[in-house]
Design a protein around this ligand. Structure first.
Ligand SMILES: *Cc1c(COP(=O)(O)O)cnc(C)c1O
Length: 380
């Protein structure tokens, strides 16, 4: 019998909805490099309006959206961008800012809540010495992926914007970019609009293909001037697509249909967190207070166990667990996929297709496997 698979490695594994496929099939399209794809134009205008910005640009990936923002905001040679040391831009975009855009990335230590110290930021801004690069951009990631889906507090965003606007801070106005791959999750968690969250940001990159479930694409938003420069550079990066309204159609459905449901993913994430917390395991724990959106970090307290080993075990089905009833309704075993490395944590991420039944299966599996570890390593 095939196993039941619950895939919580990432919200990127989410699948397009039936409505997305239907709208893709009937989308009216044109050559977008000529600006003639009505569906892309609609997606760009609609996203810009939702964010309270002047214009939008459809790009193939969040990585390209972030890179374009860096290229436009840091167009002068000798520029530097300040990013969190646990940010996606610094960790997972191959250092594209340096090897493709010629921009130095400097890191600020990310706090566990995804923010960084503003006093430290103030100290790190450079502009008036021949020896130094010119700090031209600060990037905030919201929600913060590696910090566990943390929602960046509005008070921090406001304070950051105030700081950068003070006279004498930097030489030119320092731009603010939000890596808002999951900024709709932040809005759902806070109960405020994305426009409010991004009010003081010059640009925002938003992923349609994460929790929003579209198959491909991101949208970059900002001023007309910013977007027209980004549009030019998108072509240079090979991101000028033709009848890509087929893809944008799915993005429109994501905004209409999936965004309003993101709160459900958060409730389900919390349900899994609560279940792990209730086990009171000395070996595997979660910090309930810090579960804010659709990402859950499961902490491993045993030095003998790595995140990868824990994840491997969750993806295996042992004969004893079938006998113990750790199965789906039809008696098949449960394969739970989580993401992990040699970290002291594993990560699970929820999205549209993960329903209550899948959540129950995930909890069943986690409860059993954590129970096994607790038998091997009881509380001393
Ligand atoms: C996924 C992600 C991106 C962009 O990723 P792509 O795979 O290039 O679309 C950027 N930032 C964060 C925080 C992400 O999670």
């Amino acid at each position: 019998m095939p196993n039941a698979i619950v895939d919580l490695r990432s919200d990127t594994v989410s699948q397009p909805t039936a409505e997305m496929r239907a709208r893709m099939a009937t989308a009216v399209v044109g050559d977008d490099v000529y600006g003639e794809d009505p569906t892309i134009n609609e997606l760009e205008a609609k996203t810009a309006a939702i964010f309270g910005k002047e214009a939008g640009l459809f790009v193939p990936s969040g990585t390209m959206g972030n890179l374009l923002a860096i290229m436009v905001h840091c167009h002068k040679r000798g520029a530097e961008a300040l990013v969190g040391d646990l940010s996606h831009i610094f960790l997972y975009e191959q250092g594209g800012a340096s090897h493709l855009a010629g921009v130095q990335l400097a890191t600020l230590k990310n706090e566990p809540d995804g923010t960084f110290c503003l006093t430290e930021l103030r100290r790190r801004i450079r502009h008036d010495d021949y020896h130094e690069p010119i700090t031209s951009l600060v990037v905030v990631e919201n929600t913060h992926n590696i910090c566990g889906g943390k929602v960046i507090p509005l008070a921090f965003l406001d304070e950051l914007a105030n700081l950068l606007r003070q006279p004498g801070v930097g030489c030119a106005p320092i731009a603010l970019h939000m890596d808002g791959a999951r900024v709709f999750n932040a809005a759902a968690a806070l109960g405020v609009s994305v426009a409010r969250i991004c009010r003081d940001f010059d640009s925002v990159s938003i992923c349609l293909s994460k929790g929003l479930s579209a198959p491909v694409g991101s949208v970059l938003v900002g001023s007309q001037r910013f977007i027209s420069q980004a549009r030019r550079l998108r072509k240079a990066l090979g991101g000028g697509m033709r009848q890509a309204g087929i893809l944008a159609a799915a993005g429109l459905v994501a905004l209409e249909e999936v965004v309003p449901l993101l709160g459900k993913d958060h409730v389900r994430t919390k349900r899994i967190a609560n279940a792990i917390h209730n086990l009171q395991s000395p070996n595997i724990t979660v910090d309930l207070d810090t579960v804010q959106s659709n990402i859950l970090l499961i902490e491993i307290k045993r030095s003998q166990l790595t995140g990868s080993e824990f994840a491997e075990r969750l993806a295996q089905v042992e004969p004893e667990e079938l006998a113990a009833g750790v199965t789906a309704k039809d008696g098949s075993g449960i394969v739970l996929k989580a993401s992990a490395r040699d970290w002291a944590f594993a990560r699970v991420v929820l999205y549209h297709q993960v329903d209550d039944e899948q959540v129950e299966l995930a909890i069943k599996k986690l409860t059993y496997v954590i129970g096994q570890y607790d038998q091997r390593w009881p509380r001393s």
